[in-house]
Design a protein around this ligand. Structure first.
Ligand SMILES: [Zn+2]
Length: 192
C-alpha cells in the first residue's frame, strides 16, 4: 500500500507498506524523493519514528544526489543535454502554470503573467509589473522546494526587494520554515 505524508522537514515522503518488506528501510532517489518501506507487521507510526532518527542521513543523501546531478550535464553529449532541457520544458509547462495558480489563490498574492525560461542562474524572478518568470530547472527540485521558490516570487509582488518585511511575509506563508527551506534549496544547483 502506498501513501504519502507531508513531513515538516523533508516535504513529501512516500510510505510503502508491503508483505515483501522484511524490515524498515529508507531510499532517496531522483530529485531527492524519499520512500519509507516497512513490513505489514509494523505500524506507520513506528516506521515514522525510524525515519525521524535518519533525517540527518536523508539530508546528506539528498545533498549527494544534488551534487551528482550538478556534475552530470558536462558529461552529457550536446544532443542529449538539449533533449533533457526539452524534456524538462515539457514537464515545466505541464506543471508550473497550475502550480503558481494554485499558490496564488492559496496566498491571495496576484501576479500578472508567467513566463517559463531555461534560466540556469535563477530559479525565478519577478518584475516591477509583477510578471513572474520561472526556470524550467525547477522541475529538478522536490515539489515542496518548487512551491517554496514560487511563494518567494509571489511575495515579490508585494515587496520588490529582499527587505526584512519581504522575508517576514515569505516566512509566514511557509509556516516559519523559510530558513530551513533556503538551506535545503542551496543543496541543489541549477544545471541542465
Ligand atoms: Zn527574491
Amino acid at each position: 500500500m502506498l501513501t504519502t505524508v507531508e513531513h515538516p522537514r523533508l516535504g513529501e515522503v512516500t510510505l510503502s507498506q508491503s508483505r515483501r518488506a522484511r524490515r524498515i528501510s529508507i531510499s532517496v532517489r531522483g530529485a531527492g524523493d524519499v520512500r519509507l518501506s516497512f513490513p505489514c507487521g509494523i505500524s506507520a507510526r513506528r516506521a515514522m519514528q525510524f525515519l525521524e532518527q535518519k533525517i540527518g542521513w536523508i539530508e546528506a543523501a539528498r545533498e549527494r544526489l544534488a551534487q551528482r546531478r550538478a556534475a552530470l550535464p558536462s558529461q552529457l553529449p550536446p544532443a542529449e543535454a538539449k533533449a533533457r532541457v526539452e524534456e524538462l520544458r515539457r514537464a515545466a509547462r505541464a506543471d508550473l502554470p497550475g502550480r503558481i495558480e494554485r499558490l496564488s489563490r492559496l496566498t491571495g498574492l496576484k501576479y500578472n503573467k508567467l513566463t517559463i525560461r531555461a534560466s540556469r542562474t535563477k530559479w525565478g524572478s519577478c518584475t516591477t509589473e509583477n510578471n513572474i518568470s520561472l526556470s524550467l530547472f525547477l522541475m529538478t527540485l522536490p515539489e515542496h522546494l518548487r512551491d517554496f521558490v514560487i511563494v518567494h516570487e509571489l511575495c515579490h509582488t508585494v515587496h520588490h526587494n529582499h527587505s526584512p518585511r519581504f522575508h517576514a511575509l515569505v516566512d509566514r506563508l511557509v509556516g516559519g520554515n523559510e530558513k530551513a527551506l533556503n538551506g535545503e534549496l542551496k543543496a541543489f544547483s541549477i544545471r541542465g
